[in-house]
Design a protein around this ligand. Sequence first.
Ligand code: SF4
Ligand code: SF4
Length: 346
Amino acid sequence: MRRLDERAEFFSRWLAEGRAAGMGWLAKSPEKRLDPRLIDPRLRSAIMLAWPYTPPRIPEFDWRAEMRGRIAAYALGPDYHDTVKARAIVVAEALAATRPGSVTRVYVDTGPVFEREWAANARLGWFGRNTNLLNRRHGSYFFLAEILTDAEFDAPDEPYREHCGTCRRCLDLCPTGALEEGYRLEPQLCISYLTIEHRGPIPRAMRPRLGAWIFGCDVCQEVCPWNADDATPVNEALAPSLVELLALDDDGFRRRFAKSAIRRTKRRGLLRNAAIALGNSGNPAAIAPLARALASEPEPLVREHAAWALGRFAESDARAALERARLREPDPDVAKEISLALDRTP
Ligand code: SF4
Ligand code: SF4
C-alpha cells in the first residue's frame, strides 16, 4: 500500500500543477479514482487484467514523398474499449457465477479508476521512464482492464522494482521532449495528447514537431528495449494516405472509423492533424489538397490548419490559395491564420 499512497500523492500533485491540461475527466472526482469505495461502498478489491497486443511492423516508406501519416499501433482494428471489455466481462461473469448476488464493475480505460497504479500494484508491470507500465514478457504493448468487486483477496506482494537501469532511450528520442526525469510526462508536449485528446487548435510551436503523427505516437514504445521486435507482419494501415484523410466527409469518416478508437478525435480532429502532417511533409504535391480544404472544408478548425500548412510552402500556388481564401473567409480565427501564413510565404 505504501507504493499506492506514493502514487496517489504524485497524482494529486500532478493535478494541482495543471498537468491534466484538456483531460478534464482526470481532475473530475479524483477521490473516487483513489478510493473505489466512493463509487460503491460495497467494493473491496480490484482485479487487474492485461490484454497484450503485438504491434505490426511499420511499412518502409518515405512519408514525405508518399504523404502518409502515422497512427499508433493500438488504434489499428476494432476499438480496444469494446474488444477488451467484452473479454473482461467474461471473466467478471465467471467470478459472479461463483458468488451469487456479488457486485462487479468492469472498466477499460473508462470510469474514475486508478488503473495503471493498481496494475503496478498487482505486479502486471513497473513504471518505465516513458511512463508506460512495462512487463518483462510483453513490454508496454498491452491494454488494461479492471474488475472492481466486493470479493476480498489477500493484499498483493510488493510491486516490481523498475528495470530501466541506465537506459534513457525514450527520454532522448521523444520527438517533443515530453518526457522528464523522474518518470514524468508533460501532456501538453506529448504528441499522443495533442493529436487525440487536445480539442481546438494545436499550439503553433508544436505543429512542426508532430511530424507525420496524426493519431497518437509510439516513439517512446518503439525505442524501448523491452518491446523487442517480434518480426510481425507489416500493416499498411499504420500509415494511411494523408490526402485521402483530408478529403473524408462526415459519412466517409463514419464508415471508415465507426468501430475504431480513432473516432475519439472526431472527424475535425483527425483532419486537423492530417493538414498539419501535409504541411510538415514539405511535398509540393500537398498544396492542391490543402488548397481544396481551405476553400471548401466546412470545419473552421480544419481550414485553420490547412492555412497554416500552406504557409509552410514557398511555391506560388500556396500563396495564391491563401490570397483567394483571405477574400472570402468568414471565420476570424481562420482569417488570422491565413494572414499569419501569408506573412510567412515569400
Ligand atoms: S508518445 Fe511520443 S511525444 Fe509522447 S512521450 Fe512518447 S515519444 Fe514523446
Ligand atoms: S526506453 Fe529505456 S528508459 Fe525508456 S522505458 Fe524503456 S527501458 Fe525504460
